[in-house]
Unconditional design. Structure first.
Length: 272
């Protein structure tokens, strides 16, 4: 009965039957993901229902500091490599040189994965990655160990200013390694980029459908990381296996409105 009441409060009478069916199927398959995926069927994709998300997530990116942060070099204009061959050669690469990554390389990956490249007709920013409703849920943090010209520490990328905001000092790679289930590539990479999504940015418009959209948005940004790394002779891999709570604590985010999604260790490539 309590469950039924909870469902009624999420969905109202209209959808209750469908939700109970989805729940039954999830139980039969012993897979809760069936439930949340079937829930996302309930809105077909435009201006979803009100999921009780506060509608005050109007920003398109976070900024921590009013004052300027560390300005990044301009992203490289050319990689000299053809886009088709980059797509064909892309691989997950888990071995990195101990050499530091250059600031220009880091700046290029950040810019070409989540950077601002223009302005929409209605005034908001346009990004390098496509985003459902132009709502741009992806945030990028950087855990720096060895990057030329940058102290070890935790940073947030401010895409509007193409700057890094300092969130913490010291080498946090060991903590990130433990948070990522002790995957060696996370420990040894000179730098890791962590993508989160600020979920209500998308949910405030798309309701239950938003879960699909926000995840796809971060996937598009993630493919950009792979392709830019490949084009610049760097190495990276998408890491989706981690303890969410530990990553949230490391980044200083709440795990309720903002969810960590992917970690990209990055380093110079060793071998092919
Ligand atoms: C969403 C996602 C999560 C992943 N998580 C991990 C991970 O935690 N650790 C890892 O070593 N590789 C991870 N990978 C990389 C995959 O193992 C890799 O893409 C796959 O083996 C195919 O190899 P390829 O990328 O070289 O084509 C992940 C990839 C994706 C797309």
């Amino acid at each position: 009965m309590e469950v039924e009441n909870a469902l009624r409060s999420i969905a109202g009478r209209r959808y209750l039957d469908r939700i109970l069916k989805a729940l039954a199927l999830a139980g039969e398959r012993r897979d809760p993901s069936v439930f949340y995926h079937l829930l996302s069927f309930l809105e077909e994709g435009y201006y979803g229902w009100d999921v009780g998300v506060k509608r005050d997530f109007q920003d398109f990116y976070k900024f921590y500091q009013q004052s300027p942060g560390i300005s990044l070099p301009e992203p490289l204009e050319m990689s000299g490599v053809d886009v088709f061959s980059v797509i064909k050669r892309r691989r997950s690469r888990r071995v990195y040189s101990i050499e530091p990554v250059s600031l220009e390389e880091l700046a290029s990956i950040l810019f070409y994965s989540v950077g601002v490249t223009g302005q929409a007709g209605w005034g908001g920013p346009k990004r390098v990655y496509p985003s459902a409703g132009g709502l741009q849920p992806v945030e990028a943090y950087v855990v720096v160990g060895r990057v030329e010209g940058l102290e070890a520490g935790l940073y947030h990328y401010h895409p509007g200013r193409h700057e890094l905001e300092v969130l913490g000092r010291g080498d946090l790679r060991n903590r990130l390694f433990h948070a990522c289930l002790e995957q060696d590539h996370v420990l040894y990479a000179p730098v890791s980029i962590v993508f989160t999504i600020i979920y209500p940015r998308t949910a405030q418009r798309y309701g239950v459908r938003a879960y699909r959209y926000a995840l796809m948005d971060v996937g598009f940004a993630g493919e950009n990381v792979y392709l830019v790394a490949e084009a610049l002779g760097l190495a990276t891999v998408a890491v989706g296996a981690f303890h969410d709570g530990e990553v949230c604590r490391l980044l200083g985010v709440d795990c309720e409105w903002e969810y960590p999604m992917l970690v990209f260790p990055v380093g110079k490539r060793v071998g092919d």
